[in-house]
Write a protein that binds this ligand. Structure first.
Ligand code: NDP
Ligand code: 2IT
Length: 445
């Protein structure tokens, strides 16, 4: 396999799709060795078939605002690969959404879902809709219009969307309602549903919890844990919230959260009511973290920069892609940071990842460390199929077990002869091998 040649061709076919090309290159570079050792993979054209999505649906989403004015957004669903199960992956509503971002996310999702050990293929979707400042009625009309197009290609055994940036319980509810009305069925077509209509306990916390469980396993390999550790977190959304809860529970101190406007530094620790306040802040639809510093005056708001300049033992980037660059990585390393676990998808740039690996920092790529969200979505699907609901402890136990297994798989495929674990390589190889085998078993389709 010649990675540069494949990437040159992919770039010609998908010009300007920066995030997508970045995600593919990372995976190909990690799996090059294993592909070259297994000629049947190349003979079956696995790589060429993997980097082309099965299908992409693009559609118009017209909706009326509260003043009666018409707006038109663009909707997408990328069904990337269903070799090991129905397409599965979130929907992102954010003004920055474009096809490149959704293809990168869908591609990552293939390997992430494979790592969970649950039967789920990879997909992603969303819209460039901006929820900022919108009323609930406007969000409802938008979600209904979005589902009017999407419903036809999804289903509990076909494609099961969920949340991502800008899509939480509220939006899932509005979309589920419309799907139900159109199909006259009450089925597990979406995950992240409300608890009393098919949702799973622990799903809201799952991505953040899973990320911390994964980091805990990495720390264990160095004979340590979260107790007494200082932790920098970015973002103030669903993932950041879950991570802050679990870090605090395990005895760590979260000192930062961030938004597009800057970051909050709270030396006393972001715990208890402060973590709950994050949810309020997020729900306010203002999309700024600054108000935290008015609410908790001992904290400090630092405008326009990112939390990676703060001294910490562990960093958990939980906001968005490419939010931690080379300079940030250098800051973290120079400040003595020992572990970085990605809560978001691809938050660290390739240059930052390279530096972490070079300096032998414990580094967990998102497809391993944030897999707890989709894993718990998988558990929600299982409960929906059985028409039963597990208790909180049962779901959390399974989530914890899955994260430990993902860590083990990364170690198995990522440990070098000197004993250093390259979790990027480990996650990519482990995720890839299972999907490649399934594709070979199923013929050229
Ligand atoms: P939320 O919408 O709850 O929060 C997202 C956070 O990131 C907000 O603070 C948001 O602020 C910020 N953000 C979004 N886009 C940008 C941007 N371009 N620049 C700076 N900040 C930005 O989303 P989640 O917490 O659910 O998602 C966070 C990350 O975790 C994403 O990468 C997502 O793909 C990933 N993830 C989510 C999972 C889930 O189950 N929800 C599962 C696995 C991964 P603002 O909106 O103001 O920009
Ligand atoms: O990036 C992700 O894994 C998610 N947004 C969760 C997807 C899901 O189907 O739960």
């Amino acid at each position: 396999m010649n990675v540069d040649k494949i990437m040159n061709e992919l770039e010609k076919k998908n010009p300007g799709e920066v995030e997508y090309l970045q995600a593919v290159r990372e995976v190909l570079e990690s799996i090059e060795e294993v592909v070259n050792e297994n000629p049947q993979i190349e003979a079956a054209g696995i790589i060429d078939r993997l980097i082309e999505p099965d299908r992409i649906l693009t559609f118009k989403v017209p909706w009326l605002d509260d003043k009666g004015q018409v707006h038109v957004n663009r909707g997408f669903r990328v069904q990337f690969n269903n070799a090991i199960g129905p397409y599965k992956g979130g929907l992102r509503f954010h003004p920055s959404v474009n096809l490149s971002i959704l293809k990168f996310l869908g591609f990552e999702q293939i390997f992430k879902n494979s790592l969970t050990t649950l039967p789920m293929g990879g997909g992603k979707g969303g819209s460039d809709f901006d929820a900022k400042g919108k009323s609930d009625a406007e969000i409802m009309r938008f979600c209904q219009s979005f589902m009017l197009e999407l419903w036809n290609i999804i289903g509990p055994e076909t494609d099961v969307p969920a949340g991502d940036i800008g899509v939480g319980g509220k939006e899932i509810g509005f979309m589920f309602g419309m799907y139900k009305k159109l199909t006259h069925t009450h089925v597990g077509v979406l995950t992240g549903k409300g608890l009393n209509w098919g949702g799973s306990l622990v799903r809201p916390e799952a991505t953040g919890f899973g990320c911390v469980y994964f980091a805990q396993e990495m720390l264990k390999t160095k004979g340590t844990d979260f107790k007494g550790k200082t932790v920098a977190i970015s973002g103030f959304g669903n993932v950041a919230w879950g991570a802050a809860l679990k870090v605090t529970e395990l005895g760590g101190k979260v000192v930062t959260i961030s938004g597009p406007d800057g970051y909050i530094y709270d030396a006393d620790g972001i715990s208890g009511e402060k973590i709950e306040y994050m949810l309020e802040l997020r729900a306010s639809n203002q999309d700024i973290v600054k108000p935290y510093s008015y609410e908790f005056p001992n904290s400090k708001f630092v405008q326009g920069t990112r939390p990676w300049e703060v001294k910490c033992d562990i960093a958990l980037p939980c906001a968005t892609q490419n939010e931690l660059n080379k300079e940030d990585a250098l800051n973290l390393i120079n400040n003595g940071c020992m572990a970085v676990a990605e809560g978001a998808n691809m938050p660290c740039t390739p240059e930052a990842v390279e530096l972490f690996l070079e300096h032998k920092i414990l580094f967990a790529p998102g497809k391993a460390s944030n897999a707890g969200g989709v894993a718990t979505s998988g558990l929600e699907m299982s409960q929906n199929s059985m028409k039963l609901a597990w208790g909180k402890e049962e779901v959390d136990r399974r989530l914890h077990e899955i994260m430990k297994n993902i860590h083990e798989a990364c170690v198995k495929h990522g440990k070098d002869s000197a004993g250093f674990v390259n979790y990027v390589k480990g996650a990519n190889v482990a995720g890839f091998l299972k999907v490649a085998q399934a594709m070979m078993d199923q013929g050229i389709i």
